[in-house]
Design a protein around this ligand. Sequence first.
Ligand code: ACM
Ligand code: ZN
Length: 618
Amino acid sequence: MHKFISYIIVFSTLVFGLPAFAQESFFIPQPESVSFTEGAFQLDENVKVIVPKKLQGTLIPYLAEKFQNDLKLNLTYSYKEANRDEKYILFKLIKKSELQDEGYQLEVTPESITVTAKDYPGLFNGFQTLRQTFPIENSRTIEIPAMSVTDNPRFGWRGIMLDVSRHFQTKEYILKQIDVLSAYKVNKFHWHLTDDQGWRIEIKKYPNLTDKGAWRGDRTGITWWERDKATAEEPKTVGGFYTQEDIKEVIAYAKIRNVEVIPEIDIPGHSKALVASYPELFCYNDAEANFEVAVGGKAPDNAVCAGKEYTYEFLEGVIEEIAALFPSEYLHIGGDECNKSNWKKCPYCQKVKTDNDFKDEEELQSHFIQKIHKIVKAQKKTMIGWDEILSGNGAPGATIMAWRRGTYTPQITAPQNGYPTIMTSYKYMYISQIQGATISEPEGPKVVLPVSKVYSHDPMPKELTAEQQALVLGNQASLWAEFTPTEEHNEYMLYPRALASAEVSWSKPENKNWLRFQNALGAYHFEKLEKTGINVSKSVFSVYPSYAIDELKNQAIVYLQTETEGNAIHYTLDGENPTYQSEKYISEFRTEAKTLLKAGIFNADGKLLGKVLEIRLK
Ligand code: ACM
Ligand code: ZN
């Protein structure tokens, strides 16, 4: 980006003789306003960094690490003012300001750089914008173009969810993601810690949860939905969990990066690992009951018993430890997709249903959720649940995570009914769905969610009044991990769609622009992320093929698409790899059936962007 801005500055100065002014920036997320002025600040080892005294213990180590890693610069850090002749970068907290929480102002002049904010998150975010002016290559002297940036977040909740149950992800992996995501102003990490396929958090009162519940039989290499049921005899070698010390380390690391960590314990459904660890939590113990951690696929009979008092006593013990461990005001209890088949056959569940005159198991679920809500409130936490907790009598006082769309419209009904709501639309924000042409992508759910679609999302429903809109806390991208057995694959699903979600969550709709975002990825962020060791997907440069066979003429009619703008598709029909000199795709064409088509996306410089598509037209 640095190179690009310099080019614009030189170009506009030469051509127009005007003060240098850049027309475009490659920041992600796009700030509220950016204006480039004349000149540049030379950042080198003589620069002093000044931070507020009360933040020196947190901010200085963080800044020092980033200046060292990004630029190999060992700067001087202080909370004392600079001397007259010193060049400096000043982080300044001010009490009265037009800025919102987490907002900032960034002023770069040839003499100094100043980041101003009302709060620590604002200073942190302003620094992230500044970092995006750094060149990708380490360089101990750089020029930062003079500019003035004013920026505020659209939403206070800018989240990413990682599912560490379906496939365990190490503490180191989680730390790495928090570090990278926070650079894009993501500020909530929703940690889906439990599900049918593994319980991932140490609970001291209940050691079986991790002795047994964190481990499962090995089905590596077998498609998720086609796996044979777990058996008692087989060795349980796949899994892992976080100790409470690990969790504390993650929380502290995240806090410095302005990231709040929200734990999720998914109950009453999605609880096979819980029930496998403590079978008394299940409704009955007959010959058919399977008390093994699920290995994949659907896990029927995975709900804890909603009728036994034991269930609530047990869960109170879990919730107490979790509430003590996580400083977040929120505690997510899941509540989604509860399969109630065992409740229908259970004497305890049925007794509670009869005693309370519940008309169906939905009302029993509501009863369960309300009892859990009481336990959560007693811990002085706000309960979050997936939108299924609205069913029956709902859960007044809870916060809703709205994922379903279509038949259910929780994104509208939850705020209309007074619930604070976080949007994570499964149509736009479930980044577990594949992100390029199916033929070119690794295994995953057979729904395509390209980065442009994530980017296009507006989480704010038009149907809401201003008062109801104020209940929309924000937006989140959620990455379910059934199909990401490795951390490399998980990262591939996250990037770049997490960046699109970050911009959806931070930038005002009027400041969003797909072409700019797409160019920013290609010109700067892909390379920057790769340099940070991230396995970035380039599927945005996927060629999407579709074709029909004309059986009468034995021909294929071929139609090719790209989600990008300003690039061209070139293809071959002779088995050779396409180059910029190959035929350029203009519109649909015919070729002999069974031909091998190869196609790629090329930019205006003739560079192949992304992978070559290969498809036999039969
Ligand atoms: C969900 O996707 N079951 C929340
Ligand atoms: Zn029961």
